[in-house]
Design a protein around this ligand. Structure first.
Ligand code: CP
Ligand code: NVA
Length: 303
């Protein structure tokens, strides 16, 4: 059996994705009942972080602990990765010692190269291009609140960034319509959009994009690594805030999601983020924990 990686949502078939989400819901219930099993006994997860994190680190580490395994935090500051040891060498060495590896880094090509040389499953815990683990949690959250996202209208407001591009893959895998409202110059990858034409469209005007939407999502205007562009971006994105007024144009039962961390008063109003009738961001954050446990179990069982 060849090793299975999870670098984008397309690494799972639609049926496998559905199964992972169902299993995540099951693992959540087992955890809440206090009857989680030691499915990861003696398994060790390596967690390579080249960017900051709260949710991703805590959810992977807590998830491994809940299933009887162990997680190692590896920062480039105090490993040889930060001193220029080749990725190919690091991947082969870590594969000899670890059972599964997650990486948060900058260029997507870097994780692809790491995975090429790794002999254990590699999970993308965010690159500049994709954040597929977050989408597992987002899909789980939608399913828990509203059922299957198939055939629904999802609207992305804001930057055409790693989260937006992951929503494009989710549209394909879950068969929903995705409308993207982003300012000119901040579109997602043109080829990715073109490959999903028919399901994914660019609608400049946020008001028009959210019409009849079942699910609305956004993210910060400047991602990690773009901090110096914050002021310029704040100017360009100022008409792209998601608030109650914008949500009122969506369906009356539409849900709001944000991967967090959020900048209140920028991409989302404080009132909307805190409105539990519409905003499911805390469930979404919690589901990182259960979705990733299901993902790790899937990858280990199928490699
Ligand atoms: N949403 C998310 O990935 O959060 P962190 O950057 O805190 O891990
Ligand atoms: N787009 C954001 C997501 C953070 C979870 C970033 O890359 O910084």
């Amino acid at each position: 059996m060849s090793v299975r990686h999870f670098l984008t949502l397309l690494d799972l078939s639609p049926a496998e994705l559905t199964a992972v989400i169902e299993r995540a819901i099951e693992l959540k219930a087992l955890h809440q009942q206090g009857s989680a099993q030691a499915l990861m006994k003696n398994k060790v997860l390596g967690m390579v972080f080249e960017k900051s994190s709260t949710r991703t680190r805590v959810s992977f580490e807590a998830g491994m602990a809940q299933l009887g395994g162990h997680a190692l935090f590896l920062s480039p500051r105090d490993t040889q990765l930060g001193r220029g040891e080749p990725i190919e060498d690091s991947a082969r060495v870590m594969s000899r010692m670890l059972d599964i590896i997650m990486i948060r880094t900058f260029e997507h090509e870097k994780i692809q190269r790491f995975a090429e040389y790794a002999s254990v499953p590699v999970i993308n815990a965010l690159t500049d291009s994709f954040h597929p683990c977050q989408l597992l949690a987002d899909i789980q959250t939608y399913v828990e609140h509203r059922g299957s996202p198939q055939g629904k209208i999802v609207t992305w407001i804001g930057d055409g960034n790693n989260m937006c591009q992951s929503y494009i893959n989710a549209a394909r895998q879950c068969d929903f319509e995705l409308r993207i409202a982003c300012p000119p110059g901040f579109e997602p990858d043109t080829e990715l959009v073109a490959r999903n034409r028919g399901r994914v469209s660019l609608v400049r005007d946020p008001q028009q994009a959210v019409r009849d939407a079942d699910w609305v999502a956004t993210d910060v205007w400047a991602s990690m690594g773009q901090e110096q562009e914050q002021a310029r971006r704040a100017e360009k994105f100022c008409t792209y805030q998601v608030d109650h007024e914008l949500m009122s144009r969506a369906r009356s039962d539409a849900l709001f999601m944000h991967c967090l961390p959020a900048h209140r008063g920028e991409e989302v109003s404080a009132a909307l983020l805190e409105d539990d009738a519409v905003s499911v961001v805390w469930d979404e954050a919690e589901n990182r924990l259960h979705a990733q446990k299901a993902l790790m179990e899937f990858l280990l069982l199928n490699s």
